[in-house]
Design a binder for this molecule. Structure first.
Ligand code: LLP
Length: 479
């Protein structure tokens, strides 16, 4: 198994990629499985192959490309709201009250922050920039949780002056820094202790060893979490609200959460025994997985909520603890499937692989600057020709970007029609999470726009960067 270069914790660890199965026929080559494509995606059944383009929320991708340019992130508002609402409903149980915080790191803009607020979710932010976006968008600050392993005093000041509801503290230094800042602001800050529970989960596997060698959290096994609680309860400007853990990302089952909940509840019991204090909240973090490929089968929010609830209820019963308010922080599972990236094909190159095989290198007008996940995590994606249908035979293809680097791959192995040509539009599914959010300006390529679509209308959510935006930073050109 290949190690994730940025640390295994947050990457999908995928087997070395190989050619996916050959599509059965032309229909399969053009299929738009609802497992990976946004809710409102449809291929028109107009006459003629070129008329059979794809629309999202009733907006033709060719019109989107013509009006907003490519690469373009297209966000299906109905899909996003449907997923947010599904999480809210899944955790809406009067017997076991719970909160859902959308993890803004997956993708955040003012528009999205407003949708999240309207759908009744809270918001997890992990930097001053995310916090400022939420605050300026008018997101109710008491429903914001501030994360981060190195929150600056400026970030804490912004949070305290905005009335942020929860601080997930990550170090002994931060406890002091936050307590001082809260005293200066004349407020009492509600804190959760981020606990390193010794669980690491990815997709179908989890490892429940003492995985302590990482930057996040305060170790349970090493006693740092308990020590953090001792320090917090002594500080009048802090109030211990609860315990938090985040075990990984792109998780498909509850086994890792079960161990994490077991350990957190055990800690809650020892806090009660030592301090006579029952923690009010238990936050199990995010990481709920999504399908990137047809055939992948993530749990529904409802099924996962039922399991998580029953685990926490059972663990609390074991220790005789009052059931704390539960919280989860899904990012990818809400925004991931709601967005697709639209690219225009530039060049197509046939490369001889030997033994009678060839691969088409299909270059698009973006790449690792708008989707680093393939290069960074070996992530797999689904891609389709969307501006027309083709009856040409499928060809083993690799969708690559325009960057000056051979690792600049968007979709490593896929089947695409053999007659792709410059001007065709391709769409890559499930790019809502950690693509625009992790976009860069590598090679001085401006970052793409994000456009939301709903009921036949497209609206800019984030405008496209222009070359002038990039040049404006260059003091040698502006002074
Ligand atoms: N809560 C905490 C404390 C987190 O650290 C994260 C993600 C989340 C919630 C949301 O996790 P989600 O539900 O989106 O999996 N760049 C990587 C993912 C990094 C996740 C970082 N933390 C990727 O592209 O796969």
């Amino acid at each position: 198994m290949r190690a994730h270069p940025a640390g295994p914790r947050h990457g999908e660890i995928l087997a070395p990629s190989g050619a996916p199965p050959l599509p059965a026929d032309t229909d399969a080559l053009h299929s738009l499985s609802p497992v990976v494509w946004p809710l409102t995606t449809a291929r028109s059944d107009g006459a003629g192959l070129t008329a059979r383009s794809v629309s999202i929320a009733g907006v033709d991708v060719r019109d989107l490309a013509a009006e907003f340019g490519t690469p373009l992130f297209v966000l299906d508002e109905a899909d996003f709201r449907m997923r947010a609402a599904a999480f809210r409903e899944a955790y809406d149980d009067p017997q076991a009250p719970a909160d859902v915080f959308y993890a803004g790191k997956a993708f955040l803009s003012a528009t999205v922050a407003r949708w999240v607020a309207e759908e009744g979710l809270g918001l997890d932010v992990c930097s001053g920039g995310e916090l400022l976006t939420a605050v300026r968008a008018g997101f109710p600050a008491d429903r914001i949780a501030l994360h981060g392993n190195n929150k600056s005093t400026d970030e804490l000041d912004l949070a305290l002056s905005s009335g942020v509801g929860r601080y997930v503290v990550d170090s002994f230094e931060e406890i002091v820094r936050l307590a001082d800042a809260a005293t200066r602001h004349g407020v009492v800050a509600d804190v959760l202790v981020r606990v390193t529970v010794g669980v690491e989960a990815h997709t179908h596997e989890f490892i429940a060893t003492a995985h302590e060698d990482q930057k996040f959290g305060l170790s349970l096994a090493g006693g740092a979490a308990e020590e953090a609680v001792r320090r917090i309860v002594k500080l009048p400007s802090l109030r211990l609200l609860g315990l938090h853990s985040h075990i990984g990302s792109q998780i498909f089952d509850t086994a890792g959460f079960e161990v994490s909940a077991h350990r957190l509840v055990g800690l809650a019991a020892s806090i009660r025994d030592e301090h006579g204090l029952e923690v009010a909240e238990l936050d199990l973090g995010g990481g709920m997985g999504i399908a990137y490929l047809d055939g992948e089968d993530p749990m529904t929010p409802g099924d996962m909520a039922d399991l998580l609830r029953s685990i926490v209820v059972r663990e609390c019963a074991v220790y005789g603890l009052t059931l704390p308010r539960l919280a989860v922080e899904p990012g990818r599972a809400i925004v991931g499937p709601s967005m697709v990236t639209l690219y225009e094909v530039g060049t197509v190159k046939e490369v001889d692989l030997g033994s009678g095989h060839a691969r088409h290198y299909v270059s698009v007008d973006g790449g690792m600057s708008d989707n680093i996940r393939t290069a960074l995590y070996d992530a797999d994606y689904t891609v389709r020709l969307v501006s027309r249908v083709s009856e040409a035979a499928p060809v083993l293809s690799r969708v690559v970007g325009k960057h000056c680097e051979s690792g600049d791959v968007v979709v490593r192995d896929c089947w695409l029609p053999g007659d792709l040509e410059a001007g065709d539009l391709l769409a890559v599914a499930a790019t809502g999470a950690y693509c625009r959010a992790m976009a860069s300006n590598y090679n001085h390529v401006p970052r793409p726009a994000v456009v939301s679509v709903k009921d036949g209308v497209a609206q800019v959510v984030l405008r496209r960067e222009t070359p002038d935006d990039l040049l404006a930073l260059d003091a040698g050109l502006t002074s």
